[in-house]
Write a protein that binds this ligand. Structure first.
Ligand SMILES: Cc1cc2nc3c(=O)[nH]c(=O)nc-3n(C[C@H](O)[C@H](O)[C@H](O)COP(=O)(O)O)c2cc1C
Length: 351
């Protein structure tokens, strides 16, 4: 069924196909043969993850299809990026399928319905969703905001208590100036203010705060982020967002489009960043590995490269939701074949 649906969806331009998908997921209930195996479960950052596979930010920007996505077997879901005010994003067309490369280029620019609407959506599912489901809220800043830090603080205030963890996204390439927040002086100030805010609000003072970073950072920048994260007890890092760089291996005619590249061509780059960060932080901060994962062995290698958890998005577009069950089965086989007892035994084994 999913294969035929995917074939039909691929006939539409990518953004229209995505909107159609969201509409189907919103109104149709999916009954899946979803399973959990304790070999994949972990207690991390104070949360119980039934399996390490998460839905990356950007798929469900407005918290509209969380239930359906859980029914496909994800261990956790990250909604957003959400900005304080609703915004339309950049001009269309702004999503391109690089089919031959199993990749996507997007320049969406944080199109989303804003914190007030997203809060309503999160409140709506609170009673129906089992309380142990893990939902991360990914926060960003509005394009025209005067003070970026205030935007993140407002996002925390409005949505923090409805989330299991909070992601500070300072790495999307499609909002001017955003990625500069990753630089030494700025990130330190941002992190301190965010953690201060968390202290002040009782309903969020135990929520893990994670920072999502870009694959386009150099060694010095990575070292700065590692040291600042360690010094301030940041709960986790998500590596990586999409890349603004292009390899000369891309085949598709869309390869010159402006925006962030995701999917297979990002896999090795994001793995390299992951390994470096695992070393720089001595494995002391949980890392979520994202970028180009499309199989159980991709996922296994990310975890061996230092990730405690993983997220994916682009492969879902090409393979459909059956991918999640397939990855889980393959992961279990790989763990058992290598003689490990639990997924956590694999973390960082190839660094
Ligand atoms: C269409 C699209 C929209 C995205 N939107 C966001 C976003 O709003 N916030 C964010 O942090 N990452 C966003 N991402 C990046 C993903 O979360 C992920 O970091 C990246 O795509 C790499 O993973 P993948 O190769 O599995 O897709 C988006 C990615 C795509 C393809």
């Amino acid at each position: 069924m999913y294969n035929s649906a995917l074939k039909i969806l691929r006939l539409f331009p990518p953004e229209m196909a995505h909107d159609l998908t969201l509409n189907i997921l919103k109104y149709k209930k999916f009954v899946s043969k979803n399973f959990e195996d304790p070999i994949l479960s972990q207690h991390l950052m104070g949360l119980d993850f039934p399996n390490p596979i998460g839905l990356a930010a950007g798929f469900d920007k407005n918290a509209e299809v969380i239930q359906s996505m859980f029914s496909f077997g994800f261990g956790f879901i990250e909604i957003g990026t959400v900005t304080p005010k609703p915004q339309k994003g950049n001009i269309k067309p702004r999503v391109f399928r690089l089919q031959e490369d199993r990749a996507i280029i997007n320049s969406l620019g944080f199109n989303n319905k804003g914190v007030t609407k997203v809060k309503k959506n999160l409140l709506k599912i609170q009673n129906t969703l089992r309380s142990n489901k893990i939902i991360g809220v990914n926060l960003g800043k509005n394009k025209n905001s005067i003070n970026a830090i205030d935007d993140y603080l407002l996002g925390m205030e409005k949505l923090g208590s409805l989330s299991s963890y909070i992601t500070i996204n300072i790495s999307s390439p499609n909002t001017e100036g955003l990625r500069e927040l990753q630089l030494k002086g700025k990130i330190e100030k941002l992190i301190k203010k965010i953690l201060q805010k968390r202290e002040q609000i009782e309903s969020i003072n135990k929520k893990p705060v994670l920072i999502k970073i870009s694959p386009d950072l150099n060694e010095d920048q990575l070292r700065d982020i590692a040291l600042i994260s360690l010094a301030n007890n940041v709960d986790g890092l998500i590596l990586t967002n999409t890349t603004a760089e292009r390899t000369n291996k891309l085949i598709s005619n869309y390869k010159t489009k402006v925006g962030g590249l995701s999917g297979k061509p990002l896999y090795l780059t994001s793995n390299t960043i992951l390994k470096k960060m695992y070393n720089l932080t001595n494995g002391q901060i949980p890392l979520i590995g994202v970028g180009g994962i499309s199989s159980g062995s991709d996922c296994y290698n990310k975890i061996k490269s230092g990730a405690s958890l993983i997220q994916l998005y682009t492969a879902l577009i090409y393979s459909g939701p059956i991918l999640i069950t397939n990855i889980k089965n393959e992961l279990i086989d790989l763990i058992k074949t290598d003689g490990y007892k639990n997924i956590s035994d694999v973390i960082g084994k190839s660094v």
